[in-house]
Design a binder for this molecule. Structure first.
Ligand code: TYD
Length: 392
């Protein structure tokens, strides 16, 4: 593993602080990122145990986002039509935003965060409140194998990635399909979105790295769709190699070529990325110091897990950003880890209170700009670090 990026000491991204915890010492870990030249995997080097991140207090609920709810609904319809699965399984079923689009008998959830698993259990969905691995796969398929495995923004959070895919291979019918969705490394690098790296994102996948990992297990990618979610994601369609029912789409080769052109199989591209990230930090710090010198009122918008990395790496705290607006109920009234910036319930931006807005949720830029048209028209400004620090 070759280390190429050091993002400093970071708290756990989803460990929002309560007011009474503000003076408590936070647990920190060193956020370093490396590249494995053998299987092209990019991963963080010092991982936090799964029990510390994914437990009964996990705060993120997919159903709180209207965008996610409607995307899952559309996707479930599409997958049912395309693959006609009799039995499906979701790894990382969260609070059921995807599985609720299926009949209770047609889908199984796997969700180790017990506070979330209980929600789908109560709605009558068979849900295993356990971490996904070979042992669990064997238990689940003792009756029937799976036709469709779906997993979004979950597998990249699991350290033992090879076992994860072995367990999926084991649970799939020979004609079964795995649909996997995760942020794209190519988009992350192109956008200089180094905030894709935080404790939960152990890996950021490329097509190249997935191909290397899937191959010895007997799995292969047969199609890829590019998505806008999370600042650019890929949806990979994966089958057993011995299944010739689906032909391999030209999009697979197309993506691999694009990634190779960018150099995702060589350390040079990553060193280059790291140099640009260091410059990006200096530039963002400069934007903040200029605005503060001019006495501008700065707030944040969208207290994302991603912004935790940026804020802590670039030394931005409650002295620089007055507060963050966010629509998510569990975040409101709490404080961002490390930077200790308060999160307030979202209100439409008012030019009398705010001059500049740091866009934590840059991946929802279009949606947010539409909402804040009047603020922008009256001279209010947004700024972000993606794809380089600038006032928009
Ligand atoms: P998300 O994209 O899930 O990022 P991460 O995985 O890095 O946490 O989070 C988006 C956040 O932005 C979420 O907390 C909700 C917030 N948000 C708003 O407050 N207002 C909005 O209009 C939008 C689109 C998002």
């Amino acid at each position: 593993m070759k280390k190429f990026l050091d993002l400093g000491n970071q708290p756990l991204a989803n460990s929002y602080l309560k007011k009474k915890e503000l003076n408590k010492k936070e647990k920190k870990f060193r956020l370093e990122v490396g590249f494995n030249p053998e299987n092209y995997l990019v991963s963080i080097l010092n991982t936090v145990t799964k029990e510390k991140m994914f437990n009964k207090n996990y705060p993120y609920k997919s159903s709180e986002s209207t965008t996610m709810r409607s995307e899952f609904k559309k996707l479930a319809k599409k997958l049912k039509k395309k693959f006609k699965p009799k039995l499906s399984l979701e790894i990382g079923s969260n609070d059921g935003a995807f599985i609720k689009n299926f009949n209770q008998k047609e889908i199984i959830g796997v969700e180790p965060c017990k506070n979330l698993a209980i929600i789908t259990k109560k709605k009558g969905y068979k849900t295993y409140a356990e971490y996904w691995n070979v042992k669990l796969a064997k238990k689940i398929i003792s009756n029937q194998k799976i036709d469709l495995v779906y997993s979004a923004n979950t597998l990249s959070h699991i350290k033992n990635i090879s076992e994860i895919f072995r367990a999926i291979n084991l649970s799939l019918n020979d004609k079964g399909v795995l649909v996997l969705e995760d942020p794209s490394l190519l988009e992350c690098m192109k956008n200089l979105a180094y905030d894709q790296f935080y404790c939960e994102h152990i890996y950021v996948f490329s097509t190249l790295s997935l191909k290397k990992i899937l191959d010895p297990i007997g799995l292969e990618i047969f199609d890829i769709e590019q998505l806008k979610t999370h600042g650019g994601s890929n949806r990979y369609y994966i089958k057993k190699k011995k299944n010739f029912n689906f032909k391999i789409s030209s999009r697979v080769k197309f993506n691999i070529n694009k990634e190779k052109k960018f150099g995702l199989h060589k350390i040079g591209a990553y060193k280059n990325f790291a140099t640009k990230v260091k410059k990006s930090k200096i530039k963002l710090e400069k934007i903040f110091s200029n605005l503060i010198k001019k006495n501008k009122k700065i707030i944040g918008y969208g207290a994302t897990a991603k912004s935790c990395t940026v804020l802590n790496y670039c030394n931005i705290d409650y002295k620089k950003i007055k507060f963050f607006y966010d629509t998510t109920s569990f975040k409101i009234g709490n404080y961002l880890p490390g930077s200790k910036i308060e999160i307030k319930e979202y209100k439409k931006l008012d030019n009398n209170d705010v001059d500049y807005v740091f866009l934590g949720a840059w991946n929802f830029k279009e949606e947010i700009f539409k909402k804040e048209k009047s603020f922008i028209r009256k001279g209010g400004k947004f700024f972000t670090h993606v794809p380089f620090p600038h006032v928009i």
